[in-house]
Structures are given as C-alpha cells and as structure tokens.
Write a protein that binds this ligand. Structure first.
Ligand code: B3K
Ligand code: ZN
Length: 875
C-alpha cells in the first residue's frame, strides 16, 4: 500500500485557474464529460513539461491542447492518471471522458439516487468526474453546463449562480452555472433530479438579500422547514459572533437519501444526507432536531472556515474541521444549554476519540502520513481538532480569539493554507506564545495529568502538583510536554468557593483560574486558602486529557452538589459512578458479589430531587458512564463484565430511587404541542431516562406504561424511547411493538433506520441472529450508507452482542464488511474499525477479533480503504 507523507508536500507544478465543464447526463448509465481547463505552469512549483492529472474510473476518449487534438502518443491514461507530455507554459486543455453514474456504488463523484443524479467530491471524488489536479491547493473558477432529460430531472444545479438555461431536442434541457469564487475541486457539486423546492431569503446586516432554496424529495417539503429556519439562524449568528456575512447571492441545499457523509459544504450548493436535513416531530427525535440544526450551521460556517480559507493539503483537514466543529459547538452552546452541549461534546470525545487515540489508528490532529485520506475523517481530526481550537480560545480569551480569527481572514482569504496559519494568526492577534502549543497538532495520544495536592494549615497555602504524560502511539514512542490550559477552582468544606490567589501571578481574586502547564511537572501554590479545599480540576473540560486525582466519595459529593462549574458537577457524578463500576467489574471477574453503597443512591437521589431546576442537566447527570468509557479504563476489556456490572448499577439505582423515578416520569410528561426547544427536550430526556431505569426492574405495569407511551406518543422522541426500552426487555410485548413499529413506518426510510438500529442495539440474547436476518430483510441494503450505519454500525457498538463470546457477532460483521467492501469501501472500512482494538480485550475475544482481521486482510481484491485499517490494526 502506498503512503502519502506530509513531508513530501510540494506545490503543484501547474495551476488551473479556470474550468469549463459540460456534463451531458445521457442516461443513468452514462454521462459524457467535456472539460476545458486553463492550465499554466506554477512559478512556485517544480518545472515540468509533463502534466499528470488524477483520474479514477473515468474513461478518457480524447485530449486536445489549444484546440488541436493530441495524437495518442502524446497522452496516456492508466487507472489513476492521465499523463500528457511536452505541454507548453500555458494552454487550454480539453478532455472528453465518460463516467457511469449508476454503477458508482462508492458514492464518490457523480452517482444516482432514487430521484436523480447527485455528487460528492470531498476529498478525492472530483477525479471520478473528469481528469484534474485533484488537490485543494489548485483553485479554479468553474463554469458548468448540465444537460439532462427535462421530465425526469427538472432541477439542474451546480455551484454559484444560474447564468442561463433552456430546452434542447428530445425532451432534454440544460442549465449553465457560474461560480464567481475560485474553489478547490472538492467543493464542486452538481445535482440533476426531480425535487420539490422551498424558497426563502435572508437579509444580511449590510442589507443584501440572499436567495435560499431547499430541495427535497417530492412530497417532503414539510420536513424541510426546520432546517431552512436553522440556516437563517446560523447566518445571523455568524454575523453577530464573528462579523462574517454570507458572500453568495444564492444558497442552495439539496437532500439525498444515499450519501457517504452527513452533509457536504460545497460552495453555494450544500448537499445533505436526508438524515441531517429532514425533520418533523412525528418522525424525528429531539436529538435529530438538535443534530440537524447544528449540522446546517456547521456546513454554513464552512463557507468561511473551509471555503473562503481552505486547506493546502489533506493533512490540514483539521484546519477547516476543527475550527468549524468549534464554531458549531459555540453555536449550540448559545442556542441550547451551554452546560449540556459541553457535556455531550465531551461524552462524544470519550466514547469516540479517546479509544481511537489509544488504538492502532491513533494519529495526530494534523496527521503526518496516510494511505487513504477518506480514513482520516476521524473523531481525532474533528473532535480533538475542535478541542485544540477551544484550548487556544481559553488561553488567549474570547476577545483575542475573535481578533485572531479576523486576522486569519485578513491574511488568508482566498488561499489554501496549513493549520499553522490559524495558530499564527491567533498568536499574532493576542500576543500569546503558542510555540509549544503547536505540538498538540503533531502529537497523538491522550495526555494524562496526575494531580496531587498538599495543604499547609499553618500558612494557609495549598499546593497542586501536576505531572503530565502521554502514552506512546504508532510511530511516536516518546512525547514532549504539551502546553495545557487547566482551569481550576477550590471549594471549601461547605461548598463555597474560595477566591484564588496564585503565587507569582497578579490575577484578581476570582473563583476560577486557568493554569498554564508547560513543563512535565508543575507546582502551583495558592495563597490565603482558609481551609483544606476540594479542587475542581479542568473546569468545563479545559483540555482533552485524562485527569487523575485521588478524590474520595465525600469530595465528589461536594463537587456534585456545589461546584459552580456545571460541567464539573456532572463530571463528579461520572467519577462517583465510574469508581464504583471499576470496583464492581473487578469483583465480578473475581466471582465476588457486586454491591453498591448507599451514598451512590443518595447522591443520584439528590440530583433527581433537584431536577426541576434544569431537567436536561439532571438527565445527563443521571446517565451512567457509557460501557465503552468504562471499558477504556480497564487493563483488559471484558465487555460482558462491564455490561453486567453497569446493568446491576442501573437496577440498584432504579430500586432505591423507584418512587423518585416514577414521580419524574409522571411530572415531565410533554404538555400540549410538541416543540424541540431545549427546555422541552430536557424534560422529555429526563422522563424517558426515568422510564428506562424503571423498565430495568421488569415490572409488568412499567411495560404497560411503555406500550401505552409508544402507542399514544405524539412525537418520535417519546415513541422511540418506549420502543428502545421494550427492545431491551425480554417480554411478550417486545416483538409485537417492534413489528408494529416497522409496519407503521415502513415507507419512511429514516424511521426504518431507527427501527433497524433499535433491533441491533438490543442487549438481549438472540440479537446476533436477528441482525443476521435483518441483513436479508427487504428494508436493508448494503448500497445505502444510512442502512448500513443503522444496522451494522449500531450492532458494532453493541457491547454484549457484537462481542458475544462465541464469536458469532464478529463472524456476522466480517461477512457483511467483506460484502460491503466491494460496494462501498469508505463505509466498509468504518465497519472494519470495530475490530481494530482487539489487543485491548481479554484473550478469548482478542483472538477471535484478530482472526476476523486476518480473514479480512486475506480477501483478494480488498479495497485500499479497508486494507489501510486492517494493515494498521495487525501491524
Ligand atoms: N466536509 C464534509 C466531509 C465530507 C467527507 C466525505 N468523505 C462534511 C463536514 O465536515 O462538514
Ligand atoms: Zn465539516
């Protein structure tokens, strides 16, 4: 397998400032693509008389330079490149090629979906449309003419503005789009389809009016309104928060059911997975509404952070993704509960990114090498990338951060740059020294902070000693010390917070401060501390690290009850539960009885009793650490032990707090009409969490409640919560409920996905066989990524059944991943990643998972995408 290295980056030898494309969609099976490229030598690149363009599954038929057809000896096309010899300094290159949209099951480039033709180019899909220098530092102005059958594909769209359109012979029509902004090829998009349209407009603060259009499958217009409103909110937010205005005359959004990603920020023509745009109370959960709002905002924010300033090369992916996820998080914090948004972001980081960072695919936020860039759209690049931006925001403060972003645009607008350009702009605007901070972009692995303290009664001095370390990761056996912002506060014995005075620092006497760790070990001395405090460490999760401090249960209960930082209140509850879960797992594995102390029930009982103040927060605080997060703490993962012990803790709490959960279930019933706002969603979250706890006790009356909730629900949040509870319950109501749900929703693909996921996530025995049967169900297909993620993706995180000790779950995943690899390698390689951490498991599963990887590796014709994952996992 061939590896691409960051150190080998060279500017392109040629530039292509202009692209004129004519795409004739003759049938679903075939399109004729004629490209005319203005090509000239790049004075900054290596001199070369040979032009090598990228291509992939494109059949080149003819090549001409400045209007002269080239004899076949001058050009040559193999599977990956079009090579043209003896080219002049500057010329117009014309190519004529054919592509096959319906056969394009990889869904990269131009492909078909039920209503027509769609495209996805990021990262390397444009080369599947026409031969090109398909790299983000080659930016061009595009003029695109589309031709298609008018009746079947009435909507013809590309980036930019519609310049002209008309009819042509044989019932066909055409449209020409001109994009005034130079852009990298990965932002190119076209659509030719039968779609309904919803139109609106946005007035920018400078008074320009922007046309907004949403295109959805016929009959689904009512499901598009929420996302359209979200787009307007996001546009307004970016003006207010960052002074960034939309630069387009027209902003189009298209929904498509077959899509490899969640959404794509193509300039002026966003293409969205239906899952992340279509919303309606009866088919979408509160979580869906939230996710749609954020994703619409995220793609819009890319218009500046990604499109106006783009990435020099794909090693710099976090430049646009880390910054845009951070902006999305700020937006969510402003629109929903700031604390809950932060808690959810950190839970995501811990369930997705921390395990990645401790496994064979661990890579820095700015990777130094890859085989397939599609494998690097990872939790590390996105989520950890956002944490790095957040840390800079914390270190320089919000004002300086904003100035830094403004400078970033002043310096780099219209250019393709590196992650360093962002750090440097923030550094320059703030005067802060981020030299050491840059290491965060280069070093993989989750740092660990060992924190120890000492209180001196006589001098009222409190000392914190912090030692950082970071485990080895592939290719990085040793690590340098990082610059880590550690936000701390000190709580007195009654829960009141002490004013802080750090020795050697001239800060005021606030109750929260950000310590800067730079050395391997640092000592911070707090003066005038009247009594031995409980430290509140890494407030608001100020750095993506593991904090190790020997809290006892009294300290955790104090923090849970009184910390002024809501994130750390939540964190204290998680620690309290985690410590006991780890003891429980050790007991379980040693054959000892698993028991939990009263104080756990009391602490959770107090959260429940105070829930009225903030039900959304209470729902988060009452959610036990996820199984994967518990597993991550173990020397050797035994998923069944983790599951059993966590389940035992759930039933312990459900028994002890039975009346309180029942009370919450009754009190937080959705009153009146459904609204997905944060307060209503928080009440539903707490109510449904209460139902889930109560269901674990297995009482028939609770089951009847769940059945009633499912049957009478006016919204999908409540319906799905009831269905999931029943799906985990070994009772007669279960199968009836699941079958009825499918029967009711079989014509709504997005709800069918929820049903598949609910089946696949069940912890009950028999789930492996059920998932196997569902792979043959008419509702399932390997051709559609949403179906694969719903069924196999969910199954892959099912800690009990995917990891069944007899290996049946692994066998199922292996078979399906191999079938999928021939259809859609990008999605297949994600499924195969379920095996990558085999080395962390107890011996039986470790061997079975390893054997699965070896079986996959041995498959002839394995895709490059999957080969990279298995190669690294087995290395
Ligand atoms: N930039 C796209 C990612 C597309 C990935 C395709 N393999 C979505 C986003 O991050 O906004
Ligand atoms: Zn993005």
């Amino acid at each position: 397998a061939s590896t691409v290295y960051l150190k080998d980056y060279r500017p392109p030898s040629f530039l292509i400032p202009e692209v004129v494309l004519d795409i004739d969609l003759q049938s679903e099976d075939e399109a004729l693509v004629q490209a005319t490229l203005a090509v000239r030598r790049n004075p900054e690149g290596a001199a070369s008389g040979t032009l090598v363009l990228d291509l992939d599954e494109v059949a080149v038929e003819a090549v001409a330079i400045d209007g002269e057809p080239l004899v076949p000896a001058r050009w040559q096309a193999d599977a990956r490149h079009l090579t043209i010899r003896d080219v002049p300094e500057s010329f117009r290159l014309a190519t004529r090629s054919r592509i096959h949209p319906r056969r394009n099951t990889k869904l990269m480039g131009i492909y078909t979906s039920s209503t027509g033709f769609f495209s996805l180019c990021e990262a390397e899909g444009f080369r599947r449309i026409t031969p090109f220098l398909d790299r983000p530092d080659v930016m061009a102005r595009y003029t695109v003419t589309l031709h298609a059958d008018e009746e079947r594909y009435p909507v013809l769209l590309a980036n930019g503005n519609l310049e002209a359109q008309g009819a042509e012979g044989g019932g066909r029509h055409w449209a020409r789009w001109v994009d005034p902004f130079p852009k990298p090829s990965y932002l190119f998009a076209v659509v030719a389809a039968r779609l309904d349209r919803e139109q609106d407009s946005f007035r920018t603060r400078s008074g320009r009016s922007v046309l907004l259009q949403f295109f959805v499958e016929p009959g689904k217009l009512d499901q598009g309104r929420f996302a359209l409103d979200a787009l307007k909110q996001a546009m307004k937010w970016d003006e207010e928060r960052y002074g960034l205005e939309v630069d387009l005359d027209e902003y189009n959004v298209v929904a498509v059911g077959d899509f490899n990603a969640g959404a794509m920020e193509n300039k002026g023509l966003n293409i969205f997975n239906t899952k992340l745009v279509l919303a309606r109370a009866d088919i979408s959960t509160d979580g869906d509404f939230n996710f749609i709002d954020r994703t619409v905002a995220h793609e819009y924010f890319h218009n500046w952070t990604g499109n106006r300033v783009t990435c020099r090369d794909w090693f710099q992916l976090a430049l646009k993704e880390g910054l845009t996820v951070f902006r999305e998080q700020q937006y969510a914090g402003d629109r929903y509960s700031r604390a809950v948004a932060r808690i959810q972001a950190v839970r995501n980081l811990r369930t997705g990114q921390f395990p990645e960072d401790a496994g064979p695919m661990a890579h820095p936020v700015r990777p130094a090498a890859y085989q397939q860039v599609s494998n690097f759209y990872t939790a590390t690049v996105y989520q950890k990338g956002a944490e790095l931006v957040r840390m800079m925001h914390t270190l320089v403060g919000p004002e300086n951060f904003r100035k830094g972003i403004a400078l970033y645009f002043r310096l780099h607008d219209g250019h393709a740059v590196t992650t360093d350009a962002l750090v440097e702009a923030i550094e320059q605007a703030s005067g802060a020294d981020l030299g050491q901070f840059r290491l965060w972009y280069e070093q993989a692995g989750t740092p660990r902070l060992a924190v120890r303290d000492r209180y001196d009664e006589a001098t009222h001095t409190y000392e914190l000693t912090v030692t950082q370390s970071c485990p080895p990761t592939p290719g990085q056996p040793t690590k340098q010390a990082l610059h880590i912002p550690l936000a701390v506060g000190l709580l007195g014995p009654n829960g009141r917070e002490f004013a802080l005075r750090v020795e050697g620092e001239k800060n005021g006497r606030g109750t929260s401060t950000v310590l800067s760790l730079r050395g391997e070990t640092e000592v911070f001395r707090f003066l005038d501390v009247p009594a031995r405090p409980v430290p509140s460490l890494a407030r608001n999760f100020s750095a993506p690290v593991l904090v190790d401090y020997p809290y006892d249960e009294d300290a955790l209960q104090l923090l849970l009850g009184y910390d002024s930082d809501p994130f750390n209140r939540w964190e204290a509850g998680q620690r309290l539960a985690m410590d006991l879960l780890l003891v429980g797992v050790a007991d379980f594995r040693a054959g000892r009885p698993v028991q939990f102390p009263d104080y756990l029930a009391q602490a959770f009982g107090r959260v429940l009793a105070d829930a009225e103040q903030d039900p959304a927060f209470a729902a988060e605080a009452l959610s036990l650490p996820p199984e994967v997060v518990v597993a991550e703490q173990l020397q050797e993962i035994d998923p069944l032990a983790v599951h059993r012990v966590r389940f035992a803790m759930r039933t312990f709490l459900a028994e002890r707090l039975h009346d309180a959960f029942q009370g919450a279930y009754e009190r937080y019933e959705t009153p009146g009409a459904y609204s997905p706002d944060a307060v209503s969603a928080g009440r539903r979250a707490l109510r449904n969490l209460s139902l889930a706890f109560l269901m674990d006790l297995g009482a028939p009356t609770t089951r009847q409640r769940a059945v009633r909730q499912l049957e009478t629900a006016t919204n999908m949040t409540d319906a799905l919560a009831a269905l999931s509870a029943l799906a985990n319950c070994d009772c007669p109501e279960r199968r009836v409920a699941l079958d009825a749900f499918y029967a009711k929703w079989q014509d709504e693909p997005l709800v069918v996905d929820k049903w598949l996921a609910t089946e696949a996530l069940s912890r009950l025995p028999g789930t492996v066989e059920r998932v196997r049967d569902l792979t043959l169900h008419p509702a399932f297909t390997l051709q559609n990524p949403n179906k694969v993620y719903a069924l196999l993706g969910s199954f892959g995180v099912n800690q009990v059944n995917f990891h069944a000790a007899d290996g049946s779950g692994y066998r199922l995943m292996t078979e399906q991943a191999l079938l999928l690899d021939a259809v859609n390698p990008q999605v297949a390689s994600r499924m195969v990643r379920n095996f990558e951490r085999y080395g962390r498991f107890e011996p039986v599963r470790r061997d079975l998972m390893r054997a699965a990887l070896e079986q996959i590796a041995a498959k002839p014709g394995l895709s490059r995408e999957t080969a990279e994952v298995v190669g690294k996992a087995l290395a």
